[in-house]
Design a binder for this molecule. Structure first.
Ligand code: ZN
Length: 470
């Protein structure tokens, strides 16, 4: 029995872990890698193992850094089942189509610019940029999804079954326990996926973990402690009011899935409570609109607070001042708009999508504010903005960062160090080894020290491609 870590190994994106049981291969997540353009190109074009030999995929949740390379897996010959919760499957339908479209659009944009430059005699390379996968690959992926409810055990192959549990990270998110038997020996592998935190808006809290022999656990915030979630509305109101007074635009890069719906709900409540002026709010993402529909279909996954809001006739994701923009024309029309407004667009790490156009138009204006709402991986544009660099590259062109920059870590969908340790606590004494994934090396080192210190356990920080015998 073996496990190989093919992504999110001493980094936070591209989650992909391959288990080998009785000569069959099973994949935990198949995420897209985000980071330096050239590295991302390379990583997202090549699956590092024979995709056709994988028997099945277990998908923890719909975020693109966990699901985004499923169409690439299929393009490379995978034809097995992809198991996940009904909400995750519904979300993936919208998200993978969006991902293919973004890649097609970005490639077209860059190619167009290249040929323009070439026409005026500029020195440009000759390689035409192709999308990593197309809508055709996405269409081939859809029929492979199998909906399995949380807590419902599913047999994957000889000696292998799995079940999933509420991870409290986003709608439909799970952590996964695999039961594997080989030559009469049984092993339980627990994979945290992305582990949320108690008290996040809309979604339910993470469940406690079941017993396991090996734990693969995320470490995004392995050395950090978040601010309490209850302070988030006030902080958001402060940022909004400051930007409003300057007559600026608030530009919010956000994951279209989860973070956008949480922000919309909080802004709605702030307007109701008259803590912020009622000025125009745009959610500029066809994906956010589709995903919000999926949220409405899965009220069974909402927490108590969101259910109460609904029961009182509230409409958490829509209100008078808010407009969802679907078409590119509507999106472009924002550029000519004067006076303050809020625009929420993806991607959260500013790597692709419509947010890039809003940054291009607004980042050099000191009246504006860029509000980062989640984790930005190394070498992403989001991270460069977070570091407040003087010059940041938007669509490959260096622009002056004059807009204010704010960070709202409180809404993070990831547990902090204390929450991770508390989550591991109940099963720690039964664990043989812990593998840290989905974290940068310094975050992992801090979490490793904390785990060793508290639980005296063997902790590994696998590097990419590293294999362990279980
Ligand atoms: Zn996630």
């Amino acid at each position: 029995m073996k496990i190989t870590f093919w992504g999110a190994a001493q980094e936070v994106t591209g989650s992909m872990h391959l288990c080998e049981v009785a000569s069959a291969q099973y994949l935990l997540d198949c995420g897209q890698f985000q980071g330096r353009r050239h590295e991302a190109e390379e990583r997202n074009r090549n699956i590092p193992f024979p995709a056709g030999e994988v028997s099945a995929v277990m998908l923890s949740h719909a975020h693109i850094d966990h699901s985004g390379n499923l169409p690439l897996l299929v393009k490379n010959g995978f034809r097995g089942p992809i198991y996940s919760t009904p909400a995750t499957v519904d979300l993936c339908h919208a998200m993978l189509a969006d991902s293919a479209q973004i890649q097609e659009r970005d490639a077209a944009f860059l190619n167009k610019r290249r040929s323009r430059r070439k026409a005026i005699g500029a020195n440009v390379d000759n390689g035409e940029i192709m999308p990593v996968y197309s809508m055709e690959d996405v269409d081939l992926t859809y029929p492979l999804f199998h909906k399995i409810s949380i807590h419902e055990p599913a047999a994957l192959g000889p000696g292998v079954k799995y079940e999933s549990f509420e991870a409290g990270h986003m709608l439909g998110s799970t952590f996964i326990r695999v039961h594997a038997e080989e030559s009469g020996r049984a092993v339980r592998i627990l994979y945290s996926g992305d582990l949320g935190r108690p008290g996040l808006p809309i979604i339910r809290d993470p469940e406690p973990p079941p017993a396991a022999d090996y734990l693969i656990v995320e470490s995004t915030y392995g050395d950090r402690l978040h601010q309490p979630i209850r302070s988030v509305a006030n902080r958001l109101a402060e940022v909004i009011n400051r930007t409003y007074e300057r007559g600026g635009h608030l530009i919010v890069p956000a994951f279209a899935v989860g973070r956008t719906q949480q922000l919309v709900l909080i802004i709605h409540e702030l307007i109701d409570a008259q803590k912020i002026p009622a000025f125009p709010i745009y959610v500029d993402s066809p994906l956010a609109l589709d995903v919000t529909e999926v949220f409405r279909r899965h009220e069974e996954l909402f927490d108590e607070e969101a259910r109460r809001y609904l029961a009182n006739g509230g409409e958490p994701f829509g209100f008078k001042r808010l407009k969802y923009l679907r078409s590119v024309e509507e999106s472009k029309a924002l550029n000519g708009l004067r006076g303050p407004y809020i625009v929420i667009a993806s991607s959260g790490m500013c790597e692709a999508g419509r947010i890039l156009h809003h940054l291009k138009n607004g980042i050099e204006d000191s009246r504006n504010t860029v509000l980062l709402t989640g984790y930005c991986a190394q070498n992403t544009l989001g991270r460069k903005i977070e570091e407040k660099r003087t010059l940041v590259p938007v669509f490959g062109e260096l622009m002056r960062l004059r807009a204010g920059v704010e960070k709202l870590d409180e809404l993070s969908g990831h547990a902090d160090q204390r929450e991770l340790l508390e989550w591991i606590g109940p099963i720690a004494s039964g664990l043989r080894r812990i593998f840290l994934v989905h974290g940068e090396p310094d975050q992992q080192a801090a979490l490793k020290d904390a785990i060793v210190d508290r639980f005296k356990l063997d902790v590994e920080m696998p590097s990419r491609g590293e294999t362990f015998e279980l």
